[in-house]
Design a protein around this ligand. Structure first.
Ligand code: SF4
Length: 240
């Protein structure tokens, strides 16, 4: 089976533990207003087989000590669940684990469940914390990501949560409270708020795409820290 690949990042350190080999798939069912990777919405010229990706990943095995491994990202990696499931046994035979960096924006099919079951960890991006904002600012299905979060909880999967905070859209105390309330039923290790940034604006220009946030400034760090503190305080109340 082949998958369409946007890019790779070797020796990455952000999307999971230890040193990572990131595989970015193309294709995404969402259209987040703040997308930092709109070029991943479209097919690239690179189709690769599971064996091809395995061979590339294996080269970095010496760096995967201390919990490192492969991270499947995108775009939306779970659109390629069957491909991941073909690749996973090859990685496993080499003692290489993988992490899913997903928005959970796909139906919870058997293939998606298998891809989650095989992951060492899932990083779940909670795009927006209420159904109306989710629909308005991503075009996606709120129920899909909730089902993925519940499935990870049911399976005792290691789960990290993340939400991007955008000035003028979700940078409020009320939103921080809503996010805490939303995830109280999930079992997770951490929930991090990330700042909206403008570093990907050039991609919209290159692709000649309208940038819905062209006039939005980067998220203020102090404000983000205050909202993060609010979120953690609410989580501590709700998850004793
Ligand atoms: S899920 Fe990621 S790649 Fe897809 S639109 Fe949102 S930010 Fe962009």
């Amino acid at each position: 089976m082949n998958a369409n690949i946007h890019s790779f990042e070797s020796l990455a350190a952000l999307d999971g533990e230890g040193i990572r080999f990131d595989v970015f798939f193309t294709g995404c069912p969402l259209r987040c207003v703040y997308c930092h990777n709109p070029d991943a919405w479209f097919r690239s010229k690179t189709d690769m087989s599971a064996e091809d990706v395995f061979r590339k990943a294996k080269r970095f095995k010496p760096y995967f000590k201390n919990g490192g491994g492969v991270t499947f990202s995108g775009g939306e990696p779970l659109l390629n669940a069957a491909f991941i499931n073909e690749l996973a046994p090859m990685l496993r035979a080499e003692g290489i684990g993988y992490c899913l960096d997903t928005s959970g924006s796909v139906p919870l099919t058997d293939a998606v469940k298998t891809a989650i079951d095989g992951a060492e960890m899932v990083i779940l991006d909670i795009k927006f914390c209420d159904p109306d904002s989710y629909k308005k600012y991503t075009g996606g299905n709120f129920d899909y990501f909730m089902a993925v979060g519940r499935y990870c909880t049911q399976k005792n999967k290691r789960l990290w949560l993340r939400t991007v905070i955008v000035p003028g859209i979700n940078d409020t105390e009320e939103n921080a409270d809503r996010c805490a309330e939303l995830v109280k039923e999930f079992k997770f290790e951490r929930y991090e708020l990330l700042p909206f940034h403008t570093m990907a604006f050039f991609k919209y220009e290159n692709l000649q795409l309208p940038n819905p946030l062209a006039d939005t400034p980067p998220m203020d760090r102090a404000r983000l820290d205050a909202l993060s503190a609010r979120l953690q305080a609410r989580l501590a109340e709700l998850r004793p």
